[in-house]
Design a protein around this ligand. Structure first.
Ligand SMILES: Cc1ncc(COP(=O)(O)O)c(C=O)c1O
Length: 371
């Protein structure tokens, strides 16, 4: 099923299904906790989550209680973990909508213990340790003291223990193995203190695909589900199909002689006789203007350079052959059997593949004429 999120964003839910199936069979018997935070990385929270739910994912990771509530209201009953900060949010929503909290610091652990006592019902808690990434979580050197204190608590419900890897592909193998060792020790320690979480999870997409040793009974995968390998070296290990295609269309064509400037002489000169084409997609979509003159787009399944300049609502390509008016131009995603992946584009401007889809604005399809 194809979904038009906006005039320029096409979502292929069948591709989402096939990526899920590929990933699930790669990690089985582990379950897939589908990371649908940030509006499913810009792919549409509800439709993507419902599709993954039907396919049999184990649960969902969201970025806010609000996203979790939206999922519950759409009828999803599987576990939902609010992965990012929730401090200051009405905590009763976690109970009301059966959302799990990420406890990433001792402050939050104590807070959840006290709130669970006051409310007379425990809030499901995923306890996060920093095993080497250095970003969020209780530092692993404090694991023993933390777990001993938790073992004495009466109200907290540790549903999971987890950590996040500094791992984006096989080149990070040694770092990954080191974190695995630390994580395994933490789980053993917890078990020895009588803390037996229902879930343990460590793997992101890259590790789920490329690091079979990764422990845990869940993997937390985002970008691979959306059909985007997190890096080039992961791409060859598991075929993934982009779920999102960002596209525009040719709205004017100009024949160019070798050396002729396009769209004005200031920005680009034709390296040989060819054609310049204006496309109805500009930076108001969230596509990064700074990538022009570095990136290519797909036209009739062939790669053409994006040239000159980008304005709010248009951009320009150069082609050896004459483009037809109204032809589709793909900025990333699929066209005629060719694929343009985010890991090919993002490094051109020092970005991560994750950033590009989440930058997009999602204006509804515009209508040129009033009806
Ligand atoms: C804690 C955590 N786990 C898992 C993920 C999913 O990572 P990926 O999209 O690489 O699978 C993220 C993504 O930001 C994350 O922050």
């Amino acid at each position: 099923m194809i979904l038009d999120l906006s005039e320029h964003i096409r979502i292929d839910l069948d591709a989402l299904k096939s990526n899920f199936r590929a990933l699930q069979s790669r990690v089985a018997p582990k379950g897939v906790l589908a990371v649908v935070k940030w509006n499913a990385y810009g792919h549409g929270l509800i439709e993507c989550s419902k599709t993954l739910d039907r396919e049999g994912c184990a649960g969902f990771g969201v970025s806010s209680p609000d996203e979790g509530i939206q999922l519950r209201k759409s009828g999803i009953s599987k576990p939902i973990l609010v992965m990012t900060d929730w401090v200051g949010k009405p905590i009763k929503h976690f109970l009301e909508y059966d959302l799990a909290c990420a406890a990433t610091s001792w402050y939050k652990v104590e807070y959840l213990e006290s709130v669970s006592r006051q409310l007379g019902k425990p809030i499901a808690t995923h306890l996060k340790f920093d095993t080497g990434l250095g970003r969020v979580g209780i530092h692993h050197t404090r694991a023993e003291e933390t777990l001993k204190n938790i073992a004495r608590m009466k109200h907290l419900q540790i549903e999971a223990i987890y950590s996040h890897l500094a791992y984006s592909g096989p080149k990070d193998r040694d770092k990954g193995l080191m974190q695995i060792e630390i994580f395994t020790r933490i789980i053993e320690l917890a078990n020895s203190l009588g803390i037996q979480p229902k879930y343990t999870h460590l793997a992101n997409s890259a590790a789920a695909v490329a690091l079979p040793e990764v422990p845990g009974n869940l993997v937390r995968t985002g970008i691979a589900l959306y059909g985007q390998p997190p890096s080039r070296d992961v791409a060859s290990l598991l075929p993934l199909e982009p779920v999102m295609t960002l596209h525009g269309k040719v709205i004017s064509v100009r024949p160019l002689k070798k050396g002729q400037g396009y769209p004005t002489p200031h920005f680009f000169r034709a390296p040989y006789d060819g054609f310049g084409a204006e496309i109805n997609l500009g930076f108001s979509t969230g596509y990064p203007r700074s990538i022009v003159n570095q990136a290519s787009v797909l036209l009739n399944g062939k790669s053409c350079p994006l040239v000159g300049v980008m304005s709010k609502n248009s951009s320009y390509l150069f082609s050896r052959t004459r483009p037809d008016l109204d032809s589709e131009v793909v900025f990333w995603g699929k066209q005629n059997g060719r694929t343009l992946y985010l890991y090919e584009l993002a490094p051109l401007i020092g970005a991560l593949p994750y950033e590009l889809t989440t930058w997009l604005t999602q204006r509804k399809p515009s209508r040129t004429f009033s009806e």
